[in-house]
Design a protein around this ligand. Structure first.
Ligand code: PLP
Length: 405
């Protein structure tokens, strides 16, 4: 079923990235999405079909995505943030509960805990893997702890055996934030099948994109049913069920839900992108290997090797720039690369030092020292499968030149 993107398709994507309104033709945008003729055709077909809201394509995408992950249920939503929010509500997490997660994540992970009415509690990460350190998770557990949200940062699977064992011993739920980890595996099992629920992102920079979009996967029918209701105002029937050619049906509002549904236009993109994941992962592996080769002798830390018996989803290639050895800091590296026409990203400055979290919870840098240390040093390079070999070499040379200055 794997449809590998043809070379022409890849080149088309690369060119398309250069022709966008307002984009400098030579600038290599960080996180460039791979949309080609297939995606355009799928969107046009959907627009022509007469049904663009949540409908048959969304159902089909849910079905295919559940199959891909190996979960019993999948609920398509407007974002991973929405999936995180309703997965917590559907699992019964709310006021008075504490949820443990990493501070080295995008704000959405912890914001969603707050939106569910619970309190985020951070546990520090490992400097090597940049993922939650399970011993710190255990130390953060209190009588109010209800759940752990492991984030598979950059596509690297968390230590699921240890985390599941802790969760079992303390009777905690596990909700995976798999925003970066669509293709990842851990010890023969797909990431996204370990938790009571798991949440994926199809945001533009992610390994596959529906522009905005997310998926909640679960084996628990009760979580799936509640999440489906919560994603659409708490209604008992979606628009397809009410207005399609099968005739109108009444609905009941069974709870005050949210407007988190995915549209069929987004789902059409998802259906196009899903079969390309394997080929794209292979291309990102090639780029990753080339970066590893090009940067082997530079005074910066490259990503740790893939752990045995795991598949890393290769979402982000991050370098750690430590000023004493590099003689330059992360922000200077980013400015230099920008001048050379290479866009970069930061994943992430530790969340405990962002103003809201600092002021609300009184955090200091040293509270999560590893996350702070990484957050001050990390820079992510472009890793899109649509990068041409020439672009990869240009990025590599620009990074090498940073350290020659
Ligand atoms: C780790 C992580 N979790 C959650 C999210 C939220 O995803 P979305 O933008 O689809 O809401 C992101 C998005 O960047 C993310 O990186």
């Amino acid at each position: 079923m794997a449809l590998s993107p043809s070379k022409a398709d890849r080149l088309w994507c690369a060119r398309a990235g250069r022709e966008g309104d307002g984009l400098n033709a030579d600038y290599i945008v960080f996180g460039r999405p791979s949309f080609g003729p297939d995606e355009i055709e799928a969107v046009v077909q959907t627009l022509r079909s007469g049904w663009v809201g949540t409908g048959p394509r969304t159902r089909e995408f849910e079905h295919r995505f559940a199959e891909y992950v190996g979960s019993r249920y999948a609920v398509a939503v407007g974002s991973c943030t929405a999936a995180l929010h309703i997965s917590m509500l559907a699992a019964g997490i709310g006021a008075g509960d504490e949820v443990i997660t990493t501070p080295l994540t995008f704000a959405a992970t912890a914001n969603a805990i707050l939106h569910a009415g619970a309190s985020p509690v951070f546990a520090d990460v490992s400097r090597q893997t940049m993922n939650l350190d399970s011993s710190r998770v255990e130390a953060a557990i209190t009588p109010r702890t209800r759940a752990i949200i492991p984030v598979h940062l950059a596509g690297r699977p968390c230590e699921m055996t240890a985390l599941l064992e802790i969760a079992k011993r303390h009777k905690l739920l596990v909700l995976e934030d798999a925003a970066h980890a669509i293709e990842a595996w851990y010890r023969g099992r797909k990431i996204g099948t370990f938790g009571n629920a798991s949440c994926f992102s199809f945001y533009v920079t992610k390994n596959m994109s529906t522009i905005e979009g997310g998926m909640l996967c679960t084996d628990d029918q009760s979580i799936a049913d509640k999440a489906r209701g919560l994603a659409l105002h708490g209604m008992s029937a979606d628009a397809w069920a009410r207005f399609s050619d099968r005739g109108y049906r009444h609905y009941e509002v069974t709870q005050p839900g949210f407007k988190y549904n995915m549209t069929d236009v987004q789902a059409a993109l998802g259906l196009c992108q899903l079969p390309k994941l394997n080929a794209w992962l292979e291309r990102r592996r090639q780029i990753w290997a080339r970066y590893d080769e090009l940067f082997a002798d530079l005074p910066c830390q490259r990503p740790a090797p893939e752990e045995p018996d795991t598949v890393h989803a290769r979402h982000l290639y991050t370098l750690l720039i430590d000023p004493p050895s590099a003689k330059i800091n992360r922000d200077q590296v980013m400015a230099f690369l920008h001048e050379r026409g290479v866009g970069t990203g930061v994943h992430y400055r530790s969340l405990h030092l962002h103003r809201y979290y600092r002021e609300q919870f009184g955090y200091r840098a040293e509270d999560y020292l590893n996350a702070y240390w990484i957050g001050e040093r990390t820079v992510s390079l472009p890793l899109s499968p649509s990068l041409t070999d020439r672009e990869v070499e240009r990025i590599g040379q620009a990074v090498r030149d940073v350290f020659r200055k």
